[in-house]
Ligand binder design. Structure first.
Ligand code: IVH
Length: 667
């Protein structure tokens, strides 16, 4: 191929991929399969690697993330980014309607049109496109100056890098919200907990933390999404847009993701009704909403009303009541985790929040306690969102009566009495042999996704450590029937079952073994990456920081942690002992079967944990996804299925039950 032909091919591929992204992410109506899409993307990546002179910052290949930054540059907003006034009751909203009409000189008896939109609980981001190309993405900051997060926003899969209209505006400045779905939030927190990092308090914090990563590859792994809702400025565009609802339509046609729950309401009563409807389905939506935004539809009306110093007069946020309650902090205790980090936990007078009884809430770090000014004995607001860990929001200071006292991190580890040392924002037990650290490491080692030793429950772990039977994970493989039967509530049958499970766990995969070692920041996903790159333990032990950094998806924190783990002789000794007891890695090759390459999503309760079925499917070469799309092959339905079922029906996805799945797997 001549250079010209290469350039032409690259342009064609980019154009096609931008179009397929639009079909998939905006219209929710893809016209090619995932594998056809992957083939196009691979072809483009190969050409771009061979011909770096044709690099383009807006190529669809940038979605995996570019080079890390040292810091975020500041961006001054040409137009300030305003916030919204809040309303909490129907009367607040009716009063807003009255005021607006008075201001506009519209008779009170007349109904005006409102664009009613979900209020997304994420992070506000501003995007600027010139000649149809994404130029700058920035955070709101203080409303006047934000931070340049362009590199990170480029990795968000549903953000268009190139606008899809043939004649895009010369300039458009549009605002939207960056979000994490509840599923992604839970996945990220699971990984963080497993790898010894603090979980995020809620999806909004997690989204904010994800967009503020200096390494765009880290952001890319978080699977953020963005939803656009407001054109701040548009120049050089052929169409006249005269209402907010039209603006939303235009945004969608240009290739921006917008919400399918936007509605044009005639009169304030219709807006209130719509808010109630959305509130009812709020929990079944994939991401969190904290209310609706009610905007006057006509732009000429909006212009007349204008802005106050902080918010538009033409819009109001009608907030949903948060799932909050007040209760008392009876005590603050300290948990010691697998990495020896001390986490303060509020012990609460049990309280019902949105149907769940809450008696503990994580306070995360000492800094959080100080920032929120929380004392033992305080009456506090506690909040729970969806399936998320309950959070102490703030104390009711007016109710303090002098009996409250400040919490102090203990100087000594509550489990082993060793000195506690400060490590950045965290406090850590200085004893690397702390029984609590050991107990948590063993619980992790035997867990399903790690060595998968069936029946090895917490009670057994506690006793084995307290009785000094197990002093590192390799001792598990020295256990015999008599020792096990000496433990409380372990009879002959259970002891035999445990020994069989221990024996069975010796044949594992390299990835699971790496994960089981409990290296800080190495969750299930990173363990898989490591296993793929270094196909033996010998190679992994020798890996340098640079070797690790060259792996797509591994940053500095992980690299340092892996190198430091393998530089400790006691870790090497444990590994050597484990191998000498017969741990071996089975070939990870997938078996060929009917489910090879087919995708599966689970909903509802199945007879065994989902993880069990996930493993079976993956072992046979199938893929397990979190959400339903048109391309999904099978939805596996258990008892009390969720909203995934109706979505799958809509898309005509094949729906099967557990029994049918097992049959498929056998074929
Ligand atoms: S319009 C000039 N629409 O809520 C007004 N904001 O509490 C621009 N938000 O800063 C905002 N969903 O981050 C608008 N459908 C929506 C929204 C929305 C969420 C956020 C936005 C704003 C905050 C104000």
């Amino acid at each position: 191929m001549t250079k010209n032909e290469v350039k032409k091919k690259i342009d064609e591929l980019r154009k096609a991929l931008h179009y397929h992204n639009y079909r998939y992410y905006v219209l929710d109506d893809p016209i090619i399969s995932d594998s056809e899409y992957d083939n196009l993307l691979t072809e483009l990546k190969e050409l771009e690697n061979k011909f770096p002179e044709f690099y383009d910052e807006n190529s669809p290949t940038v979605k995996v993330g570019g080079k890390p930054l040292n810091k975020f540059e500041k961006v001054e907003h040409k137009i300030p980014m305003f916030s919204l006034d809040d309303g909490f009751s129907e009367s607040d909203i009716k009063e807003f309607d009255l005021k607006v009409k008075r201001f506009l000189g519209v008779p009170q008896s007349e109904a005006i049109d409102y664009s009613v939109e979900p209020k997304f609980d994420g992070l506000s981001i501003d995007l600027i496109y010139e000649d149809g190309k994404l130029k700058v993405a920035s955070t709101r900051g203080d409303g006047f100056v934000g931070e340049d997060v362009t590199q990170n926003v480029r990795t968000i899969k549903n953000v268009p890098l190139i606008l899809s209209k043939d004649n895009p505006p010369n300039y458009i400045d549009v605002q939207g919200e960056v979000l994490l779905t509840k599923d992604e939030f839970n996945r990220i927190n699971d990984e963080r907990i497993k790898s010894g990092s603090q979980p995020f308090a809620n999806p909004r914090n997690a989204a904010a933390g994800s967009i503020r990563q200096l390494d765009p590859k880290e952001t890319a792994k978080r699977n953020l999404i963005m939803i656009m809702y407001y054109i701040r400025q548009i120049d050089g565009f052929s169409m006249k847009i005269s209402t907010q609802y039209e603006a939303l339509e235009v945004l969608r046609k240009m290739g921006f993701p917008t919400s399918k729950y936007n509605k044009l309401a005639h009169g304030i009563n219709e807006t209130i009704e719509y808010k109630k409807e959305l509130e009812k389905i709020r929990d079944s939506l994939p991401y969190e909403l904290d209310g609706v935004v009610i905007k006057i539809n006509r732009f000429d009306f909006q212009e007349k009303l204008g802005f106050t110093t902080k918010s538009p007069r033409w819009a109001i946020a009608f907030k949903f009541p948060a799932e909050q309650a007040t209760t008392k902090i009876l005590d603050i205790q300290v948990n010691v985790g697998r990495t020896g980090i001390l986490t303060p936990v509020a012990i609460l007078r049990p309280v019902n929040i949105g149907g769940a009884l809450v008696s503990r809430a994580s306070l995360y770090t000492m800094d959080e306690i100080e920032k929120k000014n929380i004392m033992i004995g305080d009456v506090v607001f506690v909040q729970r969102a969806g399936d998320v860990i309950p959070e102490v929001v703030k104390p009711v200071k007016d109710l303090r009566d002098g009996t409250q006292r400040h919490f102090k991190m203990p100087d000594r580890c509550p489990v082993c009495g060793s000195k506690v040392v400060k490590d950045g924002a965290y406090y850590r037990c200085s004893n690397i042999n702390c029984p609590s650290v050991l107990k948590e490491s063993i619980k992790h080692f035997v867990s399903r996704k790690a060595m998968n030793i069936d029946g090895f429950g917490n009670k057994i772990v506690e006793q084995l450590v307290d009785k000094w039977i197990v002093s590192d994970v390799s001792d598990i493989y020295k256990l015999d029937k008599e020792t096990l039967m000496d433990l409380d509530r372990v009879g002959e049958q259970l002891a035999e079952n445990l020994l069989t499970a221990i024996e069975k766990s010796k044949g594992t995969t390299f990835a699971k073994f790496i994960y089981a070692l409990g290296i800080r920041h190495v969750g299930e996903y990173v363990a898989k990456l490591l296993a793929e790159r270094f196909d033996s333990l010998e190679n992994l032990k020798k890996a340098t920081r640079e070797d690790l950094l060259s792996i797509d998806g591994i940053g500095e924190e992980i690299s340092d942690s892996v190198v430091s783990f393998f530089s400790e002789s006691r870790n090497i000794e444990t590994i050597d002992k484990l191998l000498s007891y017969g741990i071996h890695f089975e070939n990870g090759k997938k078996e060929q079967s009917k489910v090879s390459g087919k995708s599966f999503v689970f909903t509802g309760t199945l007879a065994k944990p989902r993880e069990h079925f996930k493993e079976l499917v993956e072992k046979k070469g199938g893929i397990v996804r979190n959400s339903v799309s048109k391309n999904l092959d099978y939805l596996v339905v258990g008892e009390n299925p969720g909203s995934k079922l109706s979505k799958a029906k809509k898309f005509g996805v094949k729906i099967i039950n557990e029994e049918e799945l097992l049959k498929l797997l056998e074929e």
